[in-house]
Design a protein around this ligand. Structure first.
Ligand SMILES: CC(C)(COP(=O)(O)OP(=O)(O)OC[C@H]1O[C@@H](n2cnc3c(N)ncnc32)[C@H](O)[C@@H]1OP(=O)(O)O)[C@@H](O)C(=O)NCCC(=O)NCCS
Length: 159
Protein backbone atom coordinates (compact mmCIF):
# COMPACT_ATOMS: atom_id res chain seq x y z
CA UNK A 1 0.00 0.00 0.00
CA UNK A 2 1.37 3.43 -0.89
CA UNK A 3 0.33 6.55 0.94
CA UNK A 4 0.65 9.84 -0.96
CA UNK A 5 0.69 13.34 0.44
CA UNK A 6 -2.25 15.18 -1.11
CA UNK A 7 -1.30 17.43 -3.98
CA UNK A 8 -3.00 19.20 -6.88
CA UNK A 9 -3.01 16.01 -8.93
CA UNK A 10 -5.25 14.33 -6.33
CA UNK A 11 -7.79 17.14 -6.13
CA UNK A 12 -10.51 15.51 -8.26
CA UNK A 13 -10.14 12.12 -6.54
CA UNK A 14 -10.19 13.80 -3.14
CA UNK A 15 -13.40 15.74 -3.84
CA UNK A 16 -15.20 12.71 -5.30
CA UNK A 17 -14.15 10.54 -2.36
CA UNK A 18 -15.23 13.11 0.24
CA UNK A 19 -18.61 13.64 -1.43
CA UNK A 20 -19.19 9.91 -1.61
CA UNK A 21 -18.35 9.35 2.06
CA UNK A 22 -19.72 12.49 3.67
CA UNK A 23 -22.23 13.73 1.09
CA UNK A 24 -20.42 17.06 1.20
CA UNK A 25 -16.93 18.53 1.26
CA UNK A 26 -17.72 20.63 4.33
CA UNK A 27 -17.19 19.24 7.83
CA UNK A 28 -18.73 20.81 10.91
CA UNK A 29 -16.88 19.91 14.09
CA UNK A 30 -17.41 21.60 17.45
CA UNK A 31 -19.31 24.44 15.84
CA UNK A 32 -16.47 25.05 13.38
CA UNK A 33 -16.80 24.71 9.61
CA UNK A 34 -14.01 23.16 7.58
CA UNK A 35 -13.73 23.18 3.79
CA UNK A 36 -12.06 19.79 3.42
CA UNK A 37 -11.12 20.49 -0.22
CA UNK A 38 -8.62 23.05 1.09
CA UNK A 39 -7.09 20.81 3.76
CA UNK A 40 -3.79 18.99 3.75
CA UNK A 41 -3.88 15.22 3.94
CA UNK A 42 -2.83 11.80 2.73
CA UNK A 43 -4.46 9.50 0.20
CA UNK A 44 -4.19 5.77 -0.51
CA UNK A 45 -4.94 4.14 -3.85
CA UNK A 46 -5.88 0.49 -4.29
CA UNK A 47 -4.52 -1.89 -6.91
CA UNK A 48 -7.43 -0.93 -9.21
CA UNK A 49 -6.36 2.71 -9.14
CA UNK A 50 -9.37 3.75 -7.08
CA UNK A 51 -9.00 5.76 -3.88
CA UNK A 52 -9.12 3.40 -0.92
CA UNK A 53 -8.58 5.87 1.90
CA UNK A 54 -8.18 9.53 2.75
CA UNK A 55 -7.29 11.57 5.80
CA UNK A 56 -7.41 15.36 6.11
CA UNK A 57 -5.77 17.39 8.86
CA UNK A 58 -4.67 20.85 9.97
CA UNK A 59 -1.46 21.84 11.74
CA UNK A 60 -1.84 24.84 14.05
CA UNK A 61 1.40 26.85 14.43
CA UNK A 62 3.48 23.64 14.33
CA UNK A 63 2.13 22.92 17.83
CA UNK A 64 -0.96 20.81 17.44
CA UNK A 65 -2.32 18.73 14.62
CA UNK A 66 -6.05 18.07 14.22
CA UNK A 67 -7.47 15.30 12.09
CA UNK A 68 -10.65 16.54 10.43
CA UNK A 69 -11.67 13.47 8.44
CA UNK A 70 -10.55 9.88 8.07
CA UNK A 71 -12.15 7.33 5.77
CA UNK A 72 -11.19 3.89 4.67
CA UNK A 73 -12.92 2.18 1.79
CA UNK A 74 -12.11 -1.36 2.92
CA UNK A 75 -12.31 -2.23 6.59
CA UNK A 76 -9.53 -3.97 8.48
CA UNK A 77 -6.93 -4.01 5.74
CA UNK A 78 -4.63 -1.55 7.46
CA UNK A 79 -5.64 1.51 5.42
CA UNK A 80 -6.82 3.53 8.43
CA UNK A 81 -3.67 2.63 10.33
CA UNK A 82 -1.40 3.68 7.44
CA UNK A 83 -3.17 7.03 7.13
CA UNK A 84 -3.12 7.76 10.87
CA UNK A 85 0.55 6.78 11.01
CA UNK A 86 1.35 9.21 8.18
CA UNK A 87 -0.37 12.05 10.05
CA UNK A 88 1.46 11.20 13.29
CA UNK A 89 4.81 11.17 11.48
CA UNK A 90 4.09 14.50 9.78
CA UNK A 91 2.94 16.09 13.05
CA UNK A 92 6.09 14.86 14.77
CA UNK A 93 8.27 16.09 11.89
CA UNK A 94 6.94 19.66 12.14
CA UNK A 95 7.29 19.71 15.93
CA UNK A 96 3.73 19.23 17.16
CA UNK A 97 3.16 18.03 20.70
CA UNK A 98 -0.08 16.21 19.95
CA UNK A 99 -2.49 14.93 17.32
CA UNK A 100 -6.11 15.51 18.25
CA UNK A 101 -9.46 14.69 16.75
CA UNK A 102 -13.14 14.57 17.49
CA UNK A 103 -15.57 11.79 16.77
CA UNK A 104 -19.18 11.15 17.73
CA UNK A 105 -20.89 8.90 20.26
CA UNK A 106 -22.48 6.66 17.60
CA UNK A 107 -19.19 5.86 15.89
CA UNK A 108 -18.37 2.67 17.77
CA UNK A 109 -15.81 1.51 15.21
CA UNK A 110 -13.96 4.83 15.39
CA UNK A 111 -13.95 4.67 19.21
CA UNK A 112 -12.47 1.20 18.94
CA UNK A 113 -10.04 2.10 16.17
CA UNK A 114 -8.57 5.24 17.77
CA UNK A 115 -8.08 3.58 21.15
CA UNK A 116 -6.40 0.60 19.48
CA UNK A 117 -4.09 3.10 17.76
CA UNK A 118 -3.02 4.68 21.06
CA UNK A 119 -5.31 7.71 21.14
CA UNK A 120 -6.72 8.65 24.54
CA UNK A 121 -10.30 9.79 25.17
CA UNK A 122 -9.87 13.16 26.86
CA UNK A 123 -13.32 14.80 26.82
CA UNK A 124 -16.99 14.18 26.28
CA UNK A 125 -18.72 17.21 24.82
CA UNK A 126 -22.28 16.53 25.87
CA UNK A 127 -25.03 17.42 23.36
CA UNK A 128 -22.51 19.21 21.11
CA UNK A 129 -24.16 17.87 17.95
CA UNK A 130 -27.22 19.98 18.76
CA UNK A 131 -24.98 23.04 18.34
CA UNK A 132 -23.46 21.69 15.12
CA UNK A 133 -26.96 21.16 13.67
CA UNK A 134 -27.59 24.90 14.03
CA UNK A 135 -24.78 25.36 11.50
CA UNK A 136 -25.51 22.28 9.39
CA UNK A 137 -29.14 21.17 9.78
CA UNK A 138 -28.52 18.19 7.47
CA UNK A 139 -26.65 16.36 10.27
CA UNK A 140 -28.92 13.35 10.87
CA UNK A 141 -30.65 12.61 14.17
CA UNK A 142 -29.35 9.04 14.14
CA UNK A 143 -25.91 7.82 13.15
CA UNK A 144 -24.17 4.47 12.91
CA UNK A 145 -26.18 1.49 14.22
CA UNK A 146 -29.22 3.77 14.50
CA UNK A 147 -27.72 5.34 17.63
CA UNK A 148 -28.96 8.88 18.44
CA UNK A 149 -26.21 11.23 17.26
CA UNK A 150 -25.71 13.59 20.20
CA UNK A 151 -22.25 13.95 21.65
CA UNK A 152 -18.71 14.65 20.54
CA UNK A 153 -15.78 12.76 22.00
CA UNK A 154 -12.31 14.27 21.92
CA UNK A 155 -9.22 12.14 21.48
CA UNK A 156 -5.54 13.00 21.74
CA UNK A 157 -2.30 11.27 20.88
CA UNK A 158 0.69 12.81 22.63
CA UNK A 159 3.87 12.92 20.57
C1 LIG B 1 -12.40 4.00 11.40
C2 LIG B 1 -11.81 3.58 10.04
C3 LIG B 1 -11.09 4.76 9.42
C4 LIG B 1 -10.83 2.42 10.27
O1 LIG B 1 -10.21 2.14 9.03
P1 LIG B 1 -9.61 0.68 8.65
O2 LIG B 1 -8.95 0.80 7.33
O3 LIG B 1 -10.65 -0.36 8.83
O4 LIG B 1 -8.53 0.52 9.79
P2 LIG B 1 -7.44 -0.63 9.97
O5 LIG B 1 -7.67 -1.71 8.96
O6 LIG B 1 -6.11 0.01 9.99
O7 LIG B 1 -7.84 -1.19 11.41
C5 LIG B 1 -7.04 -1.01 12.56
C6 LIG B 1 -7.72 -1.62 13.75
O8 LIG B 1 -8.96 -0.96 14.05
C7 LIG B 1 -9.90 -1.93 14.55
N1 LIG B 1 -11.05 -2.02 13.63
C8 LIG B 1 -11.23 -1.32 12.50
N2 LIG B 1 -12.42 -1.64 11.96
C9 LIG B 1 -12.98 -2.55 12.76
C10 LIG B 1 -14.22 -3.27 12.75
N3 LIG B 1 -15.11 -3.08 11.78
N4 LIG B 1 -14.48 -4.14 13.75
C11 LIG B 1 -13.60 -4.34 14.73
N5 LIG B 1 -12.38 -3.69 14.79
C12 LIG B 1 -12.11 -2.81 13.83
C13 LIG B 1 -9.16 -3.25 14.63
O9 LIG B 1 -8.56 -3.33 15.89
C14 LIG B 1 -8.11 -3.07 13.55
O10 LIG B 1 -6.98 -3.86 13.71
P3 LIG B 1 -7.00 -5.44 13.36
O11 LIG B 1 -7.74 -5.58 12.04
O12 LIG B 1 -5.55 -5.77 13.29
O13 LIG B 1 -7.71 -6.06 14.51
C15 LIG B 1 -12.93 3.06 9.09
O14 LIG B 1 -13.72 2.11 9.78
C16 LIG B 1 -13.82 4.13 8.50
O15 LIG B 1 -13.54 4.71 7.45
N6 LIG B 1 -14.96 4.42 9.16
C17 LIG B 1 -15.95 5.36 8.63
C18 LIG B 1 -15.51 6.80 8.76
C19 LIG B 1 -15.12 7.14 10.17
O16 LIG B 1 -15.80 6.77 11.11
N7 LIG B 1 -13.99 7.85 10.33
C20 LIG B 1 -13.46 8.17 11.64
C21 LIG B 1 -14.15 9.28 12.30
S1 LIG B 1 -13.69 10.83 11.62
Amino acid sequence: MTVFRLGDRHKKDKINFLKRHWGTTEMVVSVRRFDMTALDGFIVYGANGEVSGLVTFIVYDNKECEIISLNSEYERQGIGTALIQSVIEEARRVGCSKVKLITTNDNIIALLFYQRKGFDMVELCYDMIKESRKIRPQIPEHGYWGIPLKHEIRFEYLL
